[in-house]
Write a protein that binds this ligand. Structure first.
Ligand code: C2E
Ligand code: MG
Ligand code: MG
Ligand code: MG
Length: 288
């Protein structure tokens, strides 16, 4: 059948493949250079709000890449390449380093950073993380390490050990994209974490899906029963905010309050946007 469709089709396909491979290789070369020179990678910070909306409880550091030709790239456009060529650990380390520098200027605010699953195969995760943080004199208690369910589920003794030691050293551990990874909850019995982050795919459908709202309610009760902080991701509407606040979700993060912003924008733009969102959602509440 493939033959019957003719030679041209195959040629097109081969050309596309070539392009893809070329683009990927190009990205890899550029990414290595960016990591070497420290030019191009940037971190944006997205605020996390308390559920009464009165204060910023923390920030999440999210990497971007200002590519010389392609413009500002979101993580979805380069993290998988980074992963394939073994660069994701270096990106994470760079983000942590950068975040610690910012934290010296922004006293008190806790900041969350994302750890790629590859971090857990390095064997020296604990040493690298504690070293970076110590060099900047940042209190580990102000740093939250976001991991995905996959990391806890994989039977990797050294990564489990690293996580325990990090937590003992004072770092907080958050489970990112909660509910999307695996249906097994047994790891919650074996590993202590501090926070679960309800994945935005559930939050997005809250307004119109009974199922989504049941799942979110169940995750919030699970978190509460286990004494974990529960953060909702991807909060975009006032209805979502009100429902999540009603359920007793502890923190919220989403475009409703602020998109991720570069550091200089944090104090100015970030905070006014959030104030406005809260006033619109809770008109009865005096803003303080
Ligand atoms: P994540 O850790 O779950 O981060 C949340 C993502 O949702 C971010 O996308 C954020 O910009 C986006 N977001 C926030 N609020 C809203 C909203 O209201 N609506 C919608 N639709 N999206 C919202 P971003 O920055 O593109 O990052 C995507 C993913 O890339 C992150 O998901 C995280 O898994 C990964 N990532 C980002 N930075 C790093 C990093 O430094 N290291 C590692 N290993 N992964 C990172
Ligand atoms: Mg995250
Ligand atoms: Mg997430
Ligand atoms: Mg994610």
């Amino acid at each position: 059948r493939a033959k019957a469709q003719g030679r041209n089709r195959f040629c097109f396909f081969a050309d596309d493949m070539d392009d893809e491979v070329r683009n990927r290789n190009r990205l890899e070369v550029d990414l290595r250079r960016a990591l070497e020179t420290g030019e191009g990678l940037v971190v944006h910070y997205q605020p996390q709000m308390s559920c009464d909306g009165r204060c910023v409880t923390g920030l999440e550091a999210l990497v971007r890449w200002q590519h010389p030709m392609l413009g500002l790239l979101p993580p979805s456009q380069f993290l998988s390449v980074a992963d394939e060529c073994g660069l994701s650990v270096r990106i994470d380390d760079w983000v942590l380093e950068h975040t610690c520098q910012v934290m010296e200027r922004l006293p008190e605010v806790p900041v969350a950073v994302n750890l790629s699953p590859a971090q857990f195969y390095t064997g020296d995760l604990f040493e690298r993380v504690t070293d970076i943080v110590r060099r900047h004199g940042v209190d580990p208690a102000r740093i939250e390490l976001e991991i995905t369910e996959r990391v806890l589920l994989e039977d990797n003794a050294s990564s489990h050990g690293a996580l325990r030691r990090l937590r003992e050293a004072g770092f907080r551990i958050a489970l990112d994209d909660f509910g999307t990874g695996y249906s097994s909850l047994s790891y919650l019995r074996r590993f202590r974490v501090d926070k679960i982050k309800i994945d935005q795919s559930f939050v997005r459908h809250l307004d119109h899906s009974q199922e989504a709202s049941c799942i979110v309610r169940a995750i919030v009760s699970l978190g509460q029963a286990m004494g974990l902080d529960v953060t909702a991701e991807g909060v975009e509407t006032e209805d979502q905010l009100r429902y999540l606040a009603l359920l007793g979700c502890d923190q919220m993060q989403g475009y409703l309050f602020s998109p991720p912003v570069p550091e200089p924008g944090l104090t100015a733009l970030g905070l006014t946007t959030m104030r406005q969102a809260m006033e619109a959602a809770f008109p009865a509440v005096e803003s303080g």
